[in-house]
Write a protein that binds this ligand. Structure first.
Ligand SMILES: C[S@@+](CC[C@H](N)C(=O)[O-])C[C@H]1O[C@@H](n2cnc3c(N)ncnc32)[C@H](O)[C@@H]1O
Length: 294
């Protein structure tokens, strides 16, 4: 029998204000849920630790006094480092590619940029590609990790709009350290009183979405248990649905590890929207589960 902590529907009153818009497009981003997730965090905590930072929606919402954020996807971490240390360079990365994209046939320009990126994955190309690709759903080929998403039909935001997002986001991450590393190393930085928010790859879909890494959910639970024993507060997001549809994902959670579960309601799934090529998917609403060790 899977262990079930007490279930609470939706989170308490939000205490944090998320940024007005997303900086990056990244599948599984928590933009819609960020304020509700952050509202479930303890009132007081030491360092804020986010070991699967992705596009950082929750980090930017919390804007911690002291933070540590990690991820294993190198181009993302280059963007995060630039956002903190050299926002002017990040703006230039985007503007240069936006300009090139609008010179000639955007389809050709997009494919050229994607090829250059696939030959040498890097943050400068990735920041534009993730905003220009179809549905913002960055996908990688299983065999070789090649980014395969075609161009989207939408207009990528103009540099002036991107720049104001950079300014807003940059100010929120000035006291966060960004590390290109596995989540276990990041979680091991956590001490008593710190807060770790974990948003791991989707259990069913992570291979095509985040490259060819393998991910063992049980190992994550072991690391969370270690954190809890050290007095770290841990919040864990899990994808509320199986890829195939409405079924609630049953995970075999160790008894006593989580004290509470919060069910958060969200809008239509970005991934489903991509798979259905823009069809109306109001019935395919995503819910998100948040498990808390405190
Ligand atoms: C669901 S996404 C996080 C989304 C994030 N909350 C957001 O708002 O965009 C999961 C992230 O885990 C990263 N990842 C996958 N395996 C990892 C590992 N072993 N250690 C650290 N990060 C990993 C992926 O690159 C991806 O960015």
């Amino acid at each position: 029998m899977p262990h079930s902590p007490p279930l609470i529907l939706d989170a308490p009153i939000a205490l944090y204000e998320p940024p007005a818009n997303s900086l990056l497009k990244w599948i599984g981003n928590k933009q819609r849920f960020a304020a509700s997730i952050a509202a479930a965090f303890p009132r007081r905590f030491g360092t804020y630790i986010e070991p699967f930072i992705g596009s950082g929606a929750v980090l930017a919402t919390v804007a911690p006094r002291e933070g540590i954020a990690g991820d294993t996807y190198a181009p993302l971490m280059e963007i995060w480092t630039a956002l903190r240390e050299n926002p002017t360079m990040l703006k230039r990365w985007y503007a240069d590619r936006w300009q090139a994209y609008h010179t000639g046939d955007p389809r050709e320009r997009y494919e050229e940029l994607k090829s250059a990126f696939n030959a040498r994955p890097n943050g400068a190309d990735f920041v534009f590609l993730c905003r220009a690709c179809y549905g913002g759903v960055v996908r990688f080929r299983k065999a070789d990790g090649y980014m395969s998403t075609p161009r989207g039909p939408h207009k990528p935001i103009a540099p002036v709009r991107f720049n104001s997002r950079v300014e807003e986001w940059s100010s929120r991450v000035q006291t966060t350290t960004f590390l290109l590393q596995d989540y276990k190393r990041t979680l091991r930085e956590a001490c008593a009183g710190d807060l770790a928010y974990c948003d791991p790859p989707y259990v069913y879909t992570q291979r095509i979405l985040y490259g060819a890494q393998s991910f063992d959910f049980r190992e994550l639970l072991t690391e969370i248990a270690r954190c809890k024993r050290r007095g770290v507060f841990v919040a864990l997001s899990i994808d509320g649905q199986k890829r195939s549809g409405q079924e609630h994902l049953e995970l075999d959670l160790p008894a006593g590890l989580f004290e509470r579960e919060i069910l958060l309601a969200g809008g239509p799934s970005m991934l489903k929207r991509f798979q259905s090529r823009g069809a109306c998917l109001d019935h395919e609403r995503v819910s998100d589960r948040l498990l808390l060790t405190y």
